[in-house]
Design a protein around this ligand. Structure first.
Ligand SMILES: NC(=O)C1=CN([C@@H]2O[C@H](COP(=O)(O)OP(=O)(O)OC[C@H]3O[C@@H](n4cnc5c(N)ncnc54)[C@H](OP(=O)(O)O)[C@@H]3O)[C@@H](O)[C@H]2O)C=CC1
Ligand SMILES: O=C(O)CCC(=O)C(=O)O
Length: 418
């Protein structure tokens, strides 16, 4: 990702949104800077006895609308700029979802696939000890992101309990059910993406059962999203993860791929299917499909890849998969983008539902959870859509405008500007 600064990319879109709203710089300048950035070093004794020191980050971009909130990523390329951008996108996303949170994100620069389970647990607990002063159910609430999962969230909750002397499940979301997790959270991001696509279909008079799709990424977001969309009738012909790109013109067997990935450490490595072939990764974006579903990492659709895209619709499950340059190109070409900050908000809305249940001690059924999620996704879409129509802008710009209005209003009403 040389020369690509996701935070600068975020700022460019934010400035454009402010311009369309007629804001002066001083009206929203504070949103251009994260409130707090913490970098920590985490020394870990590895299983073979040697010591390694890992770098970790937690960035709280905003607390204007409530406690900071956002996931934690374990990735070898994680760095300050990435975490900063991801934290700002959380501020924007949480405002669009209209949930009472600011935005934060965390990361550890590590390849977790190279650690044993015990090393991973020690690293997670070490990280919590370092960020302990700034997290808490009313301060900053982490959750899963790339390469983190329910087990890691359970260790975070347990370490926090050890340090604080009390069990407070609302300090982290995305937990397993046995530790105060919620029915529905694991599927929430993917389900929310399905709801987004359904609303788009409704507005564009399309039948979801006639859509074809290619997917990048088959982790939590990609696999659950693909499975749920497949179950609604979408024909998914192509899926790529880090190990390869699988293609079946008659439609891949998504159920089989889902089961396979879940029993192989969320990886498709070694997967075979009659009628499916492995194609070069470079052909993923150029598939002649109706929807390109992005569910891996940021900066995938950029100046070098954007011209490959043939799909008329891009559904962003990943955060920041499209650079500003690619966005401008897609707009010119009439390729519509359903942006991350609106489309994947189901994950954090689902986390909010978990946090509410933790704080009230009253747990919902999965049907109640999904019904509320659907309502929230619909509201987020409609609120963005109203601005898009009013100002004749893209979904992304409308989404940033909506978020900016909400964050600025909260900050001004609180009145804590100096
Ligand atoms: N989890 C959540 O609730 C939310 C996540 N997101 C965003 O969605 C995206 C995916 O997150 P999540 O599903 O949780 O993460 P996971 O770690 O579960 O999955 C990431 C997936 O992307 C694949 N991948 C990584 N790099 C590439 C690449 N260069 N080309 C193709 N595939 C690649 C991984 O393959 P492999 O596993 O083989 O490395 C894996 O299949 C991220 O941008 C995240 O920030 C957004 C909202 C909520
Ligand atoms: O569930 C959450 O709190 C945040 C999930 C997340 O990291 C994201 O939406 O990008």
């Amino acid at each position: 990702m040389a020369n690509y600064n996701p935070y600068e990319n975020m700022l460019d879109v934010l400035d454009k949104a402010a311009q369309v709203l007629g804001y002066q710089k001083e009206d929203y300048e504070f949103v251009r800077y994260p409130e707090r950035e913490l970098t920590v070093s985490i020394p870990i004794r590895m299983d073979d006895g040697h010591v390694e020191v890992f770098s970790g980050y937690r960035v709280q971009h905003s607390t204007a609308r409530g406690a900071a909130k956002g996931g934690i990523r374990f990735h070898p390329q994680s760095d300050e700029n990435e975490v900063k951008a991801l934290a700002a996108w959380m501020t924007i996303k949480n405002a669009i979802g209209n949930i009472p949170y600011g935005g934060a994100k965390g990361g550890i620069r590590v390849d977790p696939h190279k650690l044993s389970a015990r090393e991973l647990e020690r690293l997670t607990r070490g990280y919590v000890r370092k960020i302990y002063p700034i997290i808490g159910p009313d301060k900053d609430v982490p959750a899963p992101d790339v390469n983190t999962n329910g087990q890691i969230m359970a260790w975070i909750a347990d370490e926090y309990a050890a340090l604080s002397g009390s069990w407070q499940p609302g300090v982290v979301t995305g937990k397993p059910l046995a530790t105060g997790g919620s029915l529905g959270r694991n599927e929430a991001t993917g389900r929310g993406l399905l709801f987004t696509l359904e609303t788009w279909c409704e507005k564009n008079h399309k039948d979801i059962r006639n859509l074809t799709m290619a997917v990048q990424g088959f982790g939590n977001v990609g696999s659950v999203g693909a499975l749920l969309m497949h179950q609604e009738g979408v024909k998914i012909t192509t899926i790529g993860d880090i190990n390869g790109t699988w293609h079946n013109p008659r439609g891949l067997d998504i159920e089989a791929m889902y089961v396979y990935a879940n029993s192989h450490g969320r990886s498709l490595k070694g997967y075979t299917e009659e009628g499916a072939e492995i194609i070069p990764d470079s052909e993923l974006f150029s598939q002649d499909v109706d929807v390109l579903f992005m569910a891996a990492l940021e900066n995938q659709l950029n100046g070098s890849t954007m011209e490959k895209v043939k799909a008329p619709l891009i559904l962003e499950g990943a955060n920041g998969p499209t650079t500003e340059e690619a966005d401008a190109y897609f707009e010119k070409k009439g390729i519509e983008v359903l942006p991350d900050v609106m489309s994947n908000v189901g994950g954090v809305v689902g986390s909010y539902f978990e946090w509410v249940q933790n704080r009230t001690g009253y747990y919902w059924t999965e049907a109640e959870y999904n019904e509320r999620l659907q309502k929230k996704m619909r509201e987020a879409y409609e609120d963005v859509y109203a601005l898009k129509e009013k100002y004749h802008v893209t979904y992304r710009l409308a989404a940033y405008m909506l978020a900016l209005q909400r964050v600025v209003e909260a900050q001004n009403t609180r009145g804590f500007l100096g």
